[in-house]
Design a binder for this molecule. Structure first.
Ligand code: ADP
Ligand code: MG
Length: 616
């Protein structure tokens, strides 16, 4: 059998596999890789087309999605079917975005709950995760077409201020697009990597990353200590960017025409917007722009653009001041300033930011590609190709708990950064259960019996409660030395217990390699086994609840219902002795069908009685 080398630091296989870096932007998205020959980070593009893919999804009447430049053309003509800025909705509830609802020209559903927002297009509903997954799928397809090889692994960037829900949503979008998201990294961190900052460097550096994109402005202050990135502060404005400049240019032109009104004609307005953007870009390298629109001659000079941009620029500098104050630093303490985002191509911005920080800014790398290029560098490190660099300490194997049926429930996935923390809630299976065994495992397989047991302890003294009632929170904390602390706490009573484990200890490199290889070779079996165990657990649970229910409420059931239930229970019991997952599911569903009508009836009666008893 051929031997596959494994990078012990990252736990990743050293096969020449391609892991792509993806910048999933509010306005534009793109993919980059480390070029296999030149070893340079490279943004992927088809011949004679741009690397940037507008982050816009258009749905036609059949619900067929188009992404990118083609979709962008529908922005003004079919606003209700053309979704832009989906990134702003990631991990958000309606309450979160309500104040900005005027910004979105498509329909955002307010279901009066704190659940996550959905977007309605025609009769279909899409979550922001699905919308982002369309963009990621498009990027994946493009990359596969260019590289002529399947692309299944990626590093995706997110703004430094993204919270856990937003990061998780981004990860889910990747998975939905068929990508294994190995790491979510911060956009400013990626940009620093693209400038080589934080690579191979001992010592400490403080970096300001100024990112002005299409619709958002972010300033992040980072500290890099021996290759480890820490975000000291972030500030910005999520509704400020290049689009505002485009709109201001359109208004400037319209002020010069007789009508002075925004064109009623959406297509014409779209033409104006696009032409304004063209003017703005042109003026990054020229001093005058001239065009004819709707029979009118329009010009724009760099001075005029300068006065249009000035107020926006001042706002960004205010944010920079605030970010410095929050980081408790003054400008002199910033070692490097990095320019990110297409809008920083405007010379006036570069100059002003350089003046503000009192030093030349880094602008050598394409500002609209720099984040993706950095993500590609991180991807390459994860692939184990860039061996000189040990960017971050990571856990080589996943850490988790044994749950019902001997399944491995991963709390900290392999390749997670150290230090790291994760927690999850569990509950009891039996009425009055007073103890819970917490078994901690390390490894990639779905069944704990194939993984390595690290520790086990009992949480005891849980006060008597019905099954499913106690809330036991189990927390994993890996400190900077790689020591895992596991604690369990019953939240209703406060009973708790904890233990220290040294996860890596005692595992040789060869053993880590074996565990990883096994997880690869057994991946398919594991999925099948997991599905079978889950089906069985569900079946068993339904059997026992039905049994209890019938025992208590037999008097309220008809003889026909009693016999039907007994037969369905028998059939399920028989199925549970076999290894056919589909059969178990079928019989579980059948028992459900039989019991649902009378269960609902009995519940209604019970509720009715309680209501009668209450006095108003
Ligand atoms: P995001 O990170 O929000 O997805 P980008 O970094 O791709 O956005 O920036 C997009 C913005 O950059 C757009 O508003 C675009 O008009 C602007 N932009 C791109 N090139 C230039 C240029 N040469 N001069 C001025 N603005 C530019
Ligand atoms: Mg960006």
């Amino acid at each position: 059998m051929p031997k596959i080398p494994i990078n012990i630091a990252t736990g990743s296989l050293q096969q020449p596999e391609i892991i792509v870096g993806i910048d999933l932007g509010t306005t534009n998205s793109l993919v980059a890789i480390i070029h296999p020959e030149s070893k340079q980070p490279t943004a992927l593009k088809e011949h004679n087309s741009a690397s940037l893919v507008p982050s816009v999804v258009h749905f036609d009447a059949q619900g067929q999605a188009t992404v990118g430049e083609a979709a962008r053309n529908f922005l003004l003509t079919e606003p209700q079917n053309t979704i832009f800025s989906a990134k702003r909705l990631m991990g958000k509830t309606y309450a979160d975005v309500q104040a900005q609802s005027g910004f979105f020209t498509y329909k955002i559903i307010d279901d009066q709950t704190d659940s996550l927002v959905k977007v309605q297009v025609g009769s279909r509903f899409y979550s922001p995760i699905e919308l982002s997954s369309y963009i990621l799928k498009e990027l994946k397809t493009r990359a596969e077409h260019i590289l002529k090889t399947p692309v299944t692994k990626a590093v995706i960037t997110v703004p430094a201020y993204f919270n856990d829900a937003q990061r998780q949503a981004t990860r889910d979008a990747g998975r939905l697009a068929g990508l294994d998201v190995l790491r979510i990294i911060n956009e400013p961190t990626a940009a620093s990597l693209a400038y080589g900052l934080g690579l191979n460097q001992a010592g400490e550096q403080t970096i300001a990353v100024y990112d002005l994109g299409g619709g958002t402005f972010d300033i992040s202050i980072l500290k890099i200590t021996d290759g480890i990135f820490e975000v000291l502060s972030t500030n910005g404005n999520t509704y400020l960017g290049g689009d505002d400049v485009d709109r201001a240019i359109v208004n400037h032109w319209l002020n010069q025409t007789e009508s002075q009104d925004l064109p009623e004609n959406k297509a014409l307005l779209q033409t104006y917007r696009l032409e304004a953007e063209r003017a703005k870009k042109h003026l990054s390298t020229h001093s005058v722009f001239e065009t004819a629109l709707d029979g009118q001659h329009h010009t724009l000079t760099s001075e005029q653009l300068g006065s249009i941009v000035q107020p926006l620029l001042n706002q960004t500098l205010d944010c920079c001041r605030q970010a410095l104050a929050d980081a408790k630093l003054n400008v002199a303490q910033i070692d490097e300033v990095i320019m990110v985002g297409g809008s920083t191509r405007m010379p006036i911005i570069k100059t002003a930011v350089g003046q503000f920080f009192g030093k030349p800014v880094h602008d050598g790398v394409n500002p609209d590609e720099v984040v993706a290029l950095g993500a590609a560098i991180q991807a390459d490190i994860l692939a184990g190709n860039n061996r000189q660099v040990l960017l971050l300490d990571v856990t080589p194997l996943s850490l988790g708990l044994e749950t019902m049926g001997g399944l491995m429930d991963v709390l900290i996935p392999r390749n997670s950064k150290i230090p790291s923390r994760a927690s999850r809630q569990y509950t009891t299976q039996k009425d009055g259960q007073s103890g819970m065994r917490i078994s901690v495992y390390q490894g990639e397989r779905d069944l704990v019996e194939h993984n390595r047991k690290l520790a086990e302890f009992n949480l005891t003294g849980i006060p008597g409660m019905p099954a499913g009632f106690p809330k036991v929170e189990v927390a994993f904390l890996i400190n900077a030395d790689g020591i895992l602390q596991v604690s369990a706490k019953e939240l209703r009573s406060g009973v708790s217990q904890s233990i220290d484990v040294q996860p890596q200890y005692g595992l040789t490199d060869a053993e880590v390699e074996r565990l990883l290889l096994e997880s690869l070779t057994h991946a398919e079996d594991d999925i099948a086994t997991r599905a079978l165990i889950e089906a069985r657990t569900e079946g068993q649970q339904l059997l026992s609840t039905t049994e209890k229910f019938v025992g208590k409420n037999a008097a309220l059931l008809t003889p026909q219902e009693l016999t039907d239930t007994a037969m369905a229970m028998q059939a399920l019991q028989l199925a549970l002795t076999m290894t056919d997952k589909n059969l178990i599911q079928e019989k579980t569903e059948a028992l459900n069908e039989v019991s649902r009508p009378y269960a609902e009836r009995v519940m209604d009666q019970a509720i009715g009685q309680t209501m009668k008893g209450t006095k108003i």
